[in-house]
Design a binder for this molecule. Structure first.
Ligand SMILES: [Zn+2]
Length: 258
């Protein structure tokens, strides 16, 4: 596959301005409620279904890239969450355990996609959860479908997205391959090679913070949390009273987050 010039330009720009790269929101794609058709594109490294680990629930921060789970580095949030969990188990304290669960790194999955009907917007990155991931790998390994990302013989996927039904519920993503294989693009859509060349390197989309920066974010969160503790006593009572619900909701979240 030829060099991704857009990525090179972005790297050069980031290097010159000394700025950290942030994920371009225009690259990320989120399904709309209802039905849509997408085509997953092949990537240069041969793996268009990528798994990454992030920490959520650290104050108002967006997902924090976990240096430990992703790259075997150091991560203060992982260390803190593990310690909380151990304390929770040793003291049979469900509040501590729940707090630990909130902070554990979660997996998200990423694939480059072309959204049918919006091909002119170019290649997007779709982030999804474990259920969709396993469904997609199932198709790839099923000889009836095979390489659904192949530009010539691959298959579009029908994606039905259902919004969360209420508080504590999660959106659902249902997938179904189209009945017939199809080409990724014809001349009416775009130059297919240009499209393939424009597939971003997914690894480069995420902002990496240094271990020290992550530790600072965690400390800021923990300090600000002290003031929030009083106002959250209602929630804590609720959590204690319905702990099994919390556990169930957590299990559902880990397995079914969109
Ligand atoms: Zn971590």
């Amino acid at each position: 596959m030829s060099l991704n010039l857009d990525a090179m330009r972005a790297k050069l720009k980031a290097s010159k301005t000394g700025g950290t790269k942030t994920t371009s929101t225009s690259t990320m794609w989120k399904p709309k409620a209802g039905e849509q058709n997408i085509r997953i594109l092949p990537t240069a490294d041969g793996d268009p279904f990528r798994e990454f680990h992030f920490h959520y629930n650290v104050g108002k921060n967006p997902g924090i890239y976990c240096n430990k789970r992703n790259d075997n580095g150091e991560c203060a949030i992982c260390d803190f969450a593990s310690k909380l969990w151990r304390d929770g188990v040793e003291n049979d304290d469900s509040n501590l355990k729940n707090e630990a669960k909130k902070l554990f790194a979660r997996k998200r999955y990423y694939s480059p996609v072309l959204v049918r009907g919006a091909e002119s917007e170019g290649v997007k990155i779709w982030a999804y959860g474990k259920t969709a991931y396993e469904t997609l790998l199932g198709y790839v390994l099923d000889p009836d479908y095979g390489d659904i990302t192949d530009p010539q013989t691959g298959t579009d996927i029908k994606l039905t997205y259902t919004l969360a039904s209420g508080p504590g519920a999660f959106p659902k993503t249902a997938l179904a391959p189209r009945r017939r294989p199809s080409v990724l693009c014809d001349d009416a859509i775009a130059d297919c090679q240009d499209l393939l060349d424009s597939v971003p390197v997914i690894d480069e989309l995420f902002e990496r913070k240094t271990s020290d920066q992550v530790e600072t974010l965690l400390n800021e969160y923990l300090t600000s949390d002290a003031t929030a503790e009083q106002s959250s006593s209602e929630t804590q009572k609720y959590n204690t009273a319905s702990n099994s619900n919390v556990d169930e909701a957590f299990a559902a979240f880990m397995n079914n987050e969109d």
